[in-house]
Design a protein around this ligand. Structure first.
Ligand code: PEP
Ligand code: MN
Length: 337
């Protein structure tokens, strides 16, 4: 599934030109544009409201592309229904507020809408699932989750962290919900959109929502991350599309063999951890008997350094081993306590 279009609808010409070029070059499943924009600062461009809905309706009718926009309250639902929209998305800020999500769900009840639900900006999977459940409960079953990254709390290369483990966990919890990726809001910069898109495809995501503007430099919102329709075409052409599975018999056999090896090693890992915790518990008893503090920071520093160094020497990621040992150490302390 491909959803493309500008961050915001800015003029009839801008949306129409962008939509026409996109239709010609990549024929997206949906043309997107923000009509009501939830902006961080009150003086930023907040969208044009109802008059832009009429432009979107014209695009839907004349170019024969479904249109989609962001909604945040009951009034928005009423308006998009009036202009013939059959799909909407709930934005990352709105999804974090269950009152708003419920209001939108109640207003959309009984309507013929496809609902796209972005993740909240904070990495709270329950909140994301909760929003999906609210729509399911009122009987709107055609729901797609949109992974758009999580607020990083610090300066990072990407505007938002993909935290792929969160959409993966969503797929585990709700296997019937399709997940697509919004690489534009993860990247925040056109330079990184292709790599994020490919990563999403490698994770078997069902599609992409990418921002596209006929003149990105002139965009009134998110100008750094919008691609021209031609750049969208080049991006799509460059992606290596992966299938969810293969029916090649040899592939299945090889995969099965390798997975058996993994299973065997995983149980060994768990058994070794069990032995390790038995020893740290003994150490706990020893410390207790001599009234010695549990945390021995010098020992912990040495463990962390030596294990990370060794990992690096044998070609494993130092950071990954450090993270793993931090978890193990946390658990040892908890048990010793
Ligand atoms: C958008 O899609 O333009 C948008 C505002 O997205 P998000 O809610 O993910 O920030
Ligand atoms: Mn945007």
């Amino acid at each position: 599934m491909l959803i493309c279009g500008p961050c915001s609808a800015e003029s009839e010409e801008q949306v129409y030109t962008t939509a026409r070029q996109l239709k010609e070059l990549v024929a997206p499943d949906y043309f997107r544009a923000g009509i009501w924009k939830p902006r961080t600062h009150p003086d930023s461009f907040e969208g044009l409201g109802e008059k832009a809905l009429a432009w979107m309706q014209r695009i839907q009718n004349e170019l024969n592309i479904h249109v989609i926009t962001e909604v945040a309250n009951a009034n928005h639902i009423e308006k998009i229904a009036k202009y013939g929209f059959k799909a909407f998305w709930i934005g990352a800020r709105t999804v974090a507020n269950p009152f708003s999500v419920q209001e939108v769900a109640n207003a959309a009840k009984g309507g013929d809408f496809k609902v796209f639900i972005k993740n909240p900006t904070n990495p709270d999977i329950d909140l994301w699932c909760g929003a999906i459940e609210r729509f399911r409960k009122i009987g709107l079953g055609d729901i797609i989750a949109v992974s758009r990254g999580f607020y990083p709390f610090s300066e990072t290369k990407l505007r938002n962290l993909p935290c792929w483990e969160i959409p993966i966990e969503l797929a585990r919890r709700m296997p019937d919900i399709k997940i697509i990726c919004d690489p534009s809001h993860i990247a925040g910069d056109t330079r990184y959109i292709a790599e994020i898109s490919q990563q999403a495809i490698n994770l078997n995501m069902a599609g992409l929502m990418i921002e596209s503007h006929c003149c990105p430099q002139q965009a009134l919102s998110d100008s750094n991350q919008q691609l021209t329709p031609l750049e969208i075409k080049n991006l799509i052409d460059s992606l290596k599309i992966k299938s969810p599975a293969s029916d090649d018999h040899n592939y299945e056999m090889e995969l099965e063999t390798l997975r058996n090896k993994i299973d065997f090693l995983d149980y060994q890992l768990i058994d070794i951890l069990k032995q390790r915790f038995a020893i740290t518990n003994e150490i706990g008893e020893l410390k207790k008997s001599r009234n010695v503090a549990i945390l021995q920071i010098d020992r912990w520093k040495k463990v962390l350094e030596s294990r990370s160094e060794y990992a690096e020497k044998i070609g494993l990621s130092k950071e990954m081993i450090a993270t793993l040992f931090s978890e193990i150490h946390k658990e040892s302390i908890r048990e010793q306590e």
